[in-house]
Ligand binder design. Structure first.
Ligand code: BTN
Length: 238
């Protein structure tokens, strides 16, 4: 495994994408500060200071894109939840990969596929985890957010947390790629706080609402509306 540590960068995902040719499979790009962190739905990821985690996994598992790669964000959300449980927290997953504690977002995950023409170059799988945040700074964010120090009442060692996340990720990574979403399905469903609730999902420029009925073996969300099932592969619960 290769580790790159940057004192300051616009975005570790963008850095990884720009340097994808040079970066080896399983490179970790971490930054102390991100000036333009990227989030899902074109949102930005706010930098809450140097004791928080901004990290991108550079993954080149094969020469061609495989369907299971789309589930890596869900795999990473499960790895993170298992770590948060070690801190005696009860994390929940919001489809597809947001991790919440106490109903508030503690981490964000953003995967981007890098293509050159038709050629698959790799994946950049970014994660930001709020480890040590100031309550006042969190209040400035327009959505409910929390951090591990506020949830546990203790300051969190960034290096220890990062090592745990990276090691746990790679411990089951190959098995996950082989088995696919089924490998994590039971745990994922047991932590899916949105199931059996009325929800609204943003899918590109469209919104769909309905009852979150189930999760398929491929990690898709089944939304029930007027007695019809809609199977969603992409989207974000609002
Ligand atoms: C989300 O909107 O929930 C996803 C946020 C992902 C943030 C992380 S921080 C490290 C990596 N670099 C980025 O620019 N974004 C991801």
């Amino acid at each position: 495994m290769n580790n790159i540590f940057l004192e300051e960068i616009d975005s570790t995902n963008r850095y990884a994408k720009s340097n994808i040719e040079k970066l080896k499979d399983r490179t970790i790009v971490q930054a102390a500060r991100q000036t333009a962190g990227r989030g899902r739905l074109q949102r930005c990821w706010v930098d809450l200071g140097g004791d928080n985690l901004f990290l991108t996994f550079v993954l080149k598992p094969s020469q061609t894109f495989q369907e299971v790669y789309s589930n890596l964000t869900q795999y990473l959300s499960v790895i993170l939840c298992k770590i948060l449980e070690k801190y005696d927290l009860q994390p929940q997953i919001k489809w597809p990969n947001d991790v919440l504690v106490d109903g508030k977002k503690i981490a964000g995950i953003l995967s981007e596929t890098v293509m050159q023409g038709n050629a698959f170059k790799g994946l950049v799988l970014g994660i930001g985890v709020n480890l040590n945040a100031d309550e006042k700074e969190l209040e400035k964010i327009d959505r409910p957010v929390t951090s591990l120090n506020l949830q546990t009442g203790k300051s969190i060692n960034l290096k220890e947390f990062k090592d745990m996340l990276v090691n746990d990720f790679f411990e089951n990574y190959e098995l996950f790629l082989k088995e696919g979403f089924s490998y994590i399905k039971e745990y994922y469903i047991n932590h899916a706080g949105f199931l059996e609730k009325e929800i609204c999902v943003q899918i590109l420029n469209e919104k769909k609402s309905g009852m979150a009925k189930s999760i398929t073996d491929k990690g898709e969300l089944v939304l029930e509306k007027d007695n019809k099932d809609l199977v969603l592969t992409i989207g974000d619960i609002l």
